[in-house]
Write a protein that binds this ligand. Structure first.
Ligand code: 5GP
Length: 274
């Protein structure tokens, strides 16, 4: 799938599927699937068409629908992006004891760059009109997401907070301590003073938001530096742990693309906030 470098609205979502009217996809989904088959048969020959499995077709449908969502209204488009992430969580996520959601297949171990790109498009839409000249995240899982997302914010620099002292960290640093929900212990959060400055307009990005400790650490560093937190983009918020709502009450613009309202480790069910 080619990634478009252009910033125009219809090319933000990578898509090699020829334009097909949205009503066609809605009203005649079977025909729509067949038409993609035909497209492949004609373009790449019978051998390739034979090798396209159900998984590939699914992702083509998703891409085509996302492609057609772009000219739609902002709320409709955002709902489409959020649905995509929710679907992936339901298909590939596992609920672990202790309120941990494991999504290694696309977020925390293997990275689905196309999905990250869609997240970037959604946040670019949500934070449109705000001045954002830096993205701040925390190692490790936030880094990949933030780098792809930066492409949607004019390639602003991405800074990631380190979780351990290292000889590579020279000079003055902003440091705080946060409690890790997944590791159940405290760890330092460190950013060099070179890369976070007074007057920076920062977008915070992270993979998960649970109790909000990691984000509060990043916010503290921004305040120490004299930087402004313009917004917070989160892939998966676990709404039942309260961190997101607390930050919203404090006045932060938190945009979580999927908000898990409840999850059950016994039967694996996951419910989302509507
Ligand atoms: P918080 O500080 O908001 O309690 O937790 C957020 C941090 O903990 C995120 O940076 C993320 O790395 C990790 N985290 C919290 N809950 C989960 C979870 O259910 N699954 C995964 N994979 N990471 C989580």
């Amino acid at each position: 799938v080619p990634l478009s470098g252009s910033a125009d609205r219809t090319s933000q979502v990578p898509c090699s599927v020829p334009p097909i009217p949205l009503f066609f996809a809605h009203a005649h989904i079977q025909t729509f699937v067949r038409s993609i088959h035909v497209y492949h048969m004609s373009r790449s020959g019978v051998r390739l068409a034979r090798s396209i499995g159900a998984r590939m077709l699914n992702s083509y449908i998703r891409l085509a629908v996302c492609h057609h969502l772009m000219p739609l209204s902002r709320p409709t488009r955002l709902r489409g992006f959020m649905k995509e992430l929710e679907e992936r969580i339901v298909q590939q996520g596992t609920v672990k004891p202790g309120n941990v959601l494991k999504v290694d297949a696309f977020l925390n171990h293997q990275c689905d760059v196309e999905l990250f790109d869609h997240m970037g498009a959604a946040w670019a839409e949500h934070f449109k009109g705000k001045t954002i000249d830096k993205i701040l995240t925390i190692e490790a899982s936030g880094i990949g997401i933030a780098c792809v997302v930066a492409r949607h914010f004019g390639n602003v620099p991405v800074v990631f907070a380190k979780k351990a002292q290292s000889i590579n960290l020279d000079g003055d640093q902003y440091t705080t301590t946060v409690y890790s929900f997944t590791k159940q212990k405290e760890f330092p959060v460190i950013v060099s003073k070179r890369y976070l400055n007074e007057g920076d307009h920062v977008l915070l990005i992270d993979d998960f938001l649970a109790n909000g400790k990691a984000l509060k650490g990043l916010i503290e560093l921004c305040h120490e530096a004299g930087a402004t937190v313009e917004g917070i983009g989160i892939a998966v918020e676990k709404g039942f742990q309260g961190g997101g709502d607390q930050l919203r009450e404090e006045g932060y613009d938190v945009d979580s693309l999927a908000i898990v309202e409840s999850m059950d480790p016994e039967n694996g069910t996951i419910e989302f906030r509507s």
